[in-house]
Design a binder for this molecule. Structure first.
Ligand SMILES: *Cc1c(COP(=O)(O)O)cnc(C)c1O
Length: 403
């Protein structure tokens, strides 16, 4: 740890609310590489928690931000902004197509708030407002998104819970059917749960959910904040499963690290919000839209999705081979470059060993090592990651007194 870290950590301790506990400081990044304040190089398989999906300081995005911020940074939504409708049109064309519409905001939680408000407004005409979400889900830290989140620990101390939400077990269609009441207006889920432990939905389950929604005029809301924007190898997560939701929310990777969130609604909900119903001061600024348009251009021109599929397949196969060697590794799951290595015990120690070996990785749901590298990693990056994980597993086995 360098002197800069020490100095900064002191200021952090005295002046920043203690909601985070950073142990390391990064000062520079390039694609899947990071450098700390001591000049050490790291392989980054966290990407700012699935945010910098085109790699750190992607030249397209950096160039777009630099050009746009010399021209116009922010102009209120009271005025027309050339880039925002252009981005909306692109995202709609890539998702629901004709009749779909987008709304822009600044974060995942805010996108989900917007999606929840849109669903309630839709339900309002038939007097319905209740939303059913999934156990183990994560939807954000605002009060409404916390109420939707299926992990009680995040809500502890912030009671009372906001009314209007309940959870059912994920991938259990019977549980969902029996939870539906005349007040149900929407079902909300992540097609691949991120924070909850890299847990994908069953395609058959999703088809059954869609059919149930159609039968009862219930909306299907998909939180694609983490699993969307190319992470699963398709531009939108739902495209991987062949089931079309009514509304999707996104954020994290949408502008490769520039803060932005969005919701896109299909025809059914595209015109449910009316003038003055919903707003966000910073929603869709020219600067954010320039960054997001650069991300879309990279998807169109740089083979990002193909690379994601190819490296994801390679990594999952190699990690599955490693899993067989260690009894404490239960399985490897995930899709595209959203990969979980599931242990039979807490995975934090394994992530720490990787960090010591200069590889940044995440955990999810206590026992899962979560890998969400940039979608632009090279085969050499993937091979290096496998090597580092193999070494860390050996070390971890020793530490835990296993073999
Ligand atoms: C990260 C995340 C959120 C919250 O996003 P913020 O930008 O932190 O508000 C919501 N849903 C999912 C699935 C996420 O992974």
């Amino acid at each position: 740890m360098g002197k800069l870290f020490e100095e900064t950590a002191e200021k952090f301790k005295s002046s920043v609310m203690p909601t985070y506990a950073p142990q390391i400081m990064f000062v520079r990044g390039e694609n899947a590489r990071l450098w700390d304040d001591d000049g050490n190089e790291y392989l980054d398989f966290a990407a700012g928690i699935a945010v910098c999906s085109l790699g750190h300081c992607n030249p397209r995005v950096t160039d777009a931000i630099q050009k746009q911020c010399a021209k116009l940074v922010h102009i209120s939504n009271l005025y027309m902004n050339e880039l925002m409708p252009r981005l909306a049109e692109k995202l709609v064309n890539e998702s629901f197509g004709k009749g779909g519409k987008a709304f822009f905001c600044n974060s995942g939680a805010e996108a989900n708030e917007g999606m929840i408000k849109l669903a309630r407004k839709y339900g309002n005409k038939t007097g319905r407002s209740h939303i059913i979400s999934m156990e183990n889900s994560f939807h954000g830290r605002t009060l409404a998104t916390l109420a939707a989140t299926g992990r009680a620990k995040y809500r502890k101390g912030f009671e009372p819970d906001m009314p209007g939400f309940s959870q059912v077990p994920f991938n259990d269609i019977e549980a969902l059917k029996s939870a539906i009441t005349p007040d149900t207006c929407a079902i909300m889920l992540e097609m691949l749960q991120g924070e909850g432990g890299v847990f994908p939905a069953d395609a058959e389950y999703l088809k059954a959910v869609r059919a149930l929604c159609d039968e009862k005029d219930i909306l299907l809301l998909c939180d694609e904040v983490q699993c969307g924007m190319g992470r699963l190898g398709t531009r939108f997560a739902y495209q991987k499963f062949g089931v079309e939701p009514d509304i999707i929310s996104m954020a994290k990777a949408i502008a490769n690290g520039f803060p932005m969130g969005a919701i896109i609604a299909g025809k059914k909900c595209a015109d449910v919000f009316e003038i003055g119903n919903h707003a966000s001061t910073f929603g869709g600024t020219p600067l954010a839209c320039a960054a997001a348009l650069a991300v879309q251009e990279a998807f169109d021109k740089d083979g990002v999705l193909e690379n994601c599929e190819r490296e994801g397949e390679f990594l999952r196969a190699e990690l599955a081979k490693l899993a067989e060697k260690y009894s404490f590794v239960k399985t490897v799951r995930g899709m595209g470059l959203m990969i979980g290595m599931v242990l039979d015990r807490p995975a934090g120690g394994l992530a720490s060993l990787l960090l010591k070996d200069k590889m940044v990785a995440l955990t999810a749901g206590e026992t899962v090592l979560r890998l969400v590298p940039p979608l632009t990693i090279s085969r050499a990056d993937s091979q290096l990651a496998v090597e580092k994980i193999a070494n860390a597993l050996t070390e971890f086995a020793k530490q835990e007194g296993l073999q």
